[in-house]
Design a protein around this ligand. Sequence first.
Ligand SMILES: Nc1ncnc2c1ncn2[C@@H]1O[C@H](COP(=O)(O)OP(=O)(O)OP(=O)(O)O)[C@@H](O)[C@H]1O
Length: 334
Amino acid sequence: MNATLTGEGAHEAAPPPLAPAASTGDCAIVTRGLTKRFRGGQVAVDDLHLAVPRGAVYGFLGPNGSGKTTTIRMLLGLVAPTGGGWELLGRPMPAGLAAALPGVGALVEGPAFYPYLSGAANLLRYDAADPTADGRTARARVAAVLDRVGLSAAAGKRYRAYSLGMRQRLAIAATLLGPRELLVLDEPTNGLDPQGTREVRALVKQVAAGGTTVFVSSHLLAEVEQMCTHVGVMRGGRLAAQGPIAELRAGRAPLVRVLTPDAARAAAVLERLGLSGARAAGEEAVAEIGDLPPERACAELVDAGVAVRGFTVARPSLEEVFVGLTGEGFDVEN
Ligand SMILES: Nc1ncnc2c1ncn2[C@@H]1O[C@H](COP(=O)(O)OP(=O)(O)OP(=O)(O)O)[C@@H](O)[C@H]1O
């Protein structure tokens, strides 16, 4: 799949699209113009074109309120779109929901577990609620899934004694009771401590390594960088960018940054040298270095009388790329 940059996120400083529209070839999720306008007129999701390749761990990244949960709820048939269409596991929706959903594990709102029952007993109750599950093999299924999420040793422990990370792993275990081709997780590390976050991240990677496509929403860039192969960036209900993380990062032009009290003059020199996107902000002038040898740029600046206090050439970090696209910062803590 190719990375694409679309929409209004591409403001003045943002570079042009990396590639044509994403291929929707072998995808676990495809949306075409998916839109949700709530009563009262608010457009929560606007003309969304997602392409989630099979086998990907796709990070659905965006600040709070950018439309992630609404999108996930539409994908799962929990709320009806007001425009556009979508496919899950190759089936057109919503007609194919009943056929596709058994292959989809989803964690949208945390499942309700009984605090006085053990993890295993809670999962047995979940399993019993699934009319397609064979009751005779329930115990084996629950044991296998507890093993998969690393909770075998705590299987008999009461839920209320579980740590936050264990609770979330149990919730993910509940989504894995059946064989799943696709796992959809809405902010699975929200509210977890660093240890719980690590546990959930490791579990997601492990599930993906078993061949399951994972679609996971997050407002944490660092988390998406660590866990995901692909990313879609939401801004105000629209998709500002999507593609393989490595491609989004690698496709960005290296920038020259000049630290100087003469930032405006430095930007003018860089522009005169033919560099794109030359701009000044505070005590920094920035431009795309292109093919110009950095030493030549530096010499020209000095010749023009610019007091160069710092000079670096580097690709923008993923965070800088996304801030450029969304116009908003990301919480990079954690
Ligand atoms: N039922 C609803 N009626 C009206 N507006 C809604 C409804 N649900 C969500 N919205 C609005 O739609 C926008 C997108 O919300 P959504 O929950 O999808 O965003 P999000 O990216 O998942 O954010 P968060 O992480 O905070 O949940 C928000 O402005 C929200 O207030």
